[in-house]
Design a protein around this ligand. Structure first.
Ligand code: ADP
Ligand code: MG
Length: 576
């Protein structure tokens, strides 16, 4: 029997899984029947773990027990404390992966032990290694990582069909922007250039909107408590999303002593976030320049990432490039579908066995060399240049700089800046050389960068050969893996079947906290009714009650973020 390999988009904001099955790539639903699982983890008072929507609902009500956006810290040793428990970023990611794995097992009806995970193109060695470890900690073998833009390109290839095309993939997510150029010819999908801005995404819009709201209503954003700022930013996000489908939205805040509201439109958003739009053009120009293409050479524009839903973003990009985005762009699911296709290729599924994906190195890799003008400021000497086709293996020769030098230190950097101090240090190696006059002893340094974006460095001198896979000394020993695996599996993930009620309860509590008066009273009634229904533990009754509760909460949510010109107030009639 061939074991299925699943593809996973482990996003900053949301995560999804997909699998190649019955001749096509299929998204895997979670327990709520949704494809997007929020990348949020929360620890309950009894120590059990919530992942996904239920955890997301607790971000505001239980900020000290709930965490999101930990992907930004992957590859670091930052410790997050949730209640009494402590986690590394990769352990939090592992909990999300575990949930997705369970969903996949439920969907496929068989155990799942291997995954292909997508990572941002700009992820460093340490971040990639941490992603692989997260897989291990979730009980998944992760041999293959795929860059997110390449995954998006693969799914565009399967979607669009036609070949011999040049396509620009624009991926604006929650916190990052990735832009890539992809050529498709017959069964070869080649990523030819990538660029991006890893500090630009949907949450920058939320923040800018919240700040502009304060400015216009005479509030001082910086003097709000963190909790109030969070609430306001969340309101801004809700309105931003509402503006995707409706012409206006109302931002309302009522903190203890402050009440303010403002009707906003897409024009307002464009006016207030102008500088964010402008920042989107630099990476586009960069990829076109790197590939030596003009915008006219593009055949297709594929928009990816949650923030690509924004009409203002679509307009801006279409105008900048002078072309309309593809009709079947799938902003939320393209990367997961691509990762699923990649997983299918790895599993050698029949229909896509012939498909070939070629990728490029998203950044320049090099070593530090002595700079005679400024001895303290080492220069970057590139070995593998940005956008080299992978796998890539290149060698450079360096010479000793001092008489009777005994060792040569090789510092490996990643980045585009001329001075090493402005790039990212990936690791160091030190090799002995025979002593002699300066400039007579050589070191050959070979970089091999594989398709997963993992770098191997080899150094050869007349007396020694040294090679290393640079991981900033963050590799875990098998014993360490085992220990952490045990600690993590001892954690109780909330049972899958309780996920829907748990998420609804948390959502009701969140809405309760952010509403007042009649709405609050209606929610209170609904909550106690729902809890009564849940305690019956009769599956049919619970399912019906959940449906009703969801409708109620939808109407409250719509009311709170309502179009100010519509009326209607959600009432709660106790059905009993
Ligand atoms: P990531 O890849 O970083 O996990 P996503 O691609 O899931 O992120 O995008 C998340 C971002 O997209 C969030 O900032 C969210 O506010 C935004 N977003 C999601 N849906 C919409 C929508 N319908 N309209 C506008 N923005 C949206
Ligand atoms: Mg993304």
């Amino acid at each position: 029997m061939v074991m299925a390999i699943i593809g996973i988009d482990l996003g900053t904001t949301n995560s999804l899984a997909a699998v190649w099955k019955d001749g096509r790539c299929q998204l895997i639903p979670n327990a709520s029947g949704a494809y997007l699982t929020p990348s949020v983890v929360s620890v309950e008072e009894d120590g059990s773990i919530l992942v996904g929507q239920a955890a997301k609902e607790r971000l505001i009500s239980h900020p000290d027990r709930t965490i999101s956006r930990f992907k930004r810290h992957m590859g670091t040793r930052q410790v997050f404390t949730l209640g009494k428990k402590q986690f590394y970023p990769e352990e939090l990611s592992a909990l999300v992966l575990r949930r997705l794995r369970e969903d996949a097992e439920c969907f496929l009806g068989e155990p799942v032990t291997e995954a292909v995970i997508s990572v941002p193109a700009y992820f460093t060695e340490a971040q990639r290694a941490a992603t692989k470890r997260a897989g291990t900690l979730a009980g998944l073998v992760v041999e293959r990582l795929v860059n997110e833009p390449s995954a998006a390109a693969l799914s565009a290839h399967i979607q669009e069909g036609a070949d011999d095309r040049v396509c620009l993939v624009f991926d604006l997510g929650g916190g990052t922007l990735d832009v890539s150029l992809v050529e498709r010819f017959e069964n070869v999908v080649s990523v030819t250039a990538v660029s991006g801005d890893n500090r630009l995404g949907g949450s920058d819009f939320d923040l800018a909107m919240a700040q502009a709201f304060c400015q216009e209503t005479g509030m001082d954003f910086d003097h709000l408590t963190t909790g109030q700022q969070e609430l306001l930013i969340r309101q801004a996000e809700t309105c931003k999303i509402a503006l995707t489908t409706q012409p206006m939205a109302m931002m309302v805040v009522s903190f203890d002593d402050v009440h303010a509201s403002l009707t906003i439109t897409n024009e307002w958003l464009i006016r207030k976030c102008g500088r964010l739009f402008k920042r989107m053009t630099a990476p586009i120009q960069q990829v076109l320049r790197d590939a030596g293409l003009s915008p006219q050479a593009l055949d297709e524009l594929v928009l990816v990432g949650g923030s690509s839903h924004m009409p203002s973003v679509r307009q801006y990009i279409s105008k900048t490039l002078g072309m309309e985005p593809c009709q079947n762009s799938r902003p939320d699911t393209a990367i997961a579908l691509g990762a699923g296709i990649c997983a299918g290729m790895k599993a050698r599924c029949a229909d896509i066995r012939e498909l070939v994906l070629t990728d490029v190195c998203p950044f320049t890799l090099g070593v530090a060399v002595f700079n005679p003008e400024q001895p303290r400021r080492h220069r970057m000497c590139p070995i593998i240049e940005r956008n080299s086709v992978l796998p890539s293996s290149k060698e450079n020769v360096f010479w000793t700089i001092r008489d009777r030098q005994r060792r040569v230190d090789i510092e490996v950097y990643q980045g585009e800046q001329p001075y090493c101090q402005d790039n990212t240090l990936l690791g160091k190696l030190s090799v002995p050389v025979p002593q002699g006059p300066a400039g007579t002893q050589q070191v050959r340094v070979r970089f091999s960068y594989d398709i997963n974006g993992l770098l191997e460095v080899e150094c050869r001198t007349a007396i020694k050969e040294e090679s290393a896979i640079l991981l900033q000394n963050q590799e875990m020993t098998p014993a360490e893996v085992e220990k952490r695996l045990q600690a993590l599996s001892a954690l109780k993930l909330h049972p899958r079947e309780q996920e829907v009620p748990r998420a609804l309860l948390a959502r009701a509590e969140r809405l309760y906290a952010s509403s007042l008066g009649e709405t609050r009273a209606a929610l209170d009634q609904a909550l106690s009714w729902y809890q009564r229904e849940l305690s019956s533990q009769e599956p049919l009754r619970v399912a019906k009650a959940s449906r009703r509760m969801e409708q109620m909460l939808d109407s409250v949510e719509a009311y709170l973020g309502r179009d100010p010109f519509a009326d209607g107030f959600p009432q709660w009639d106790d059905p009993e």
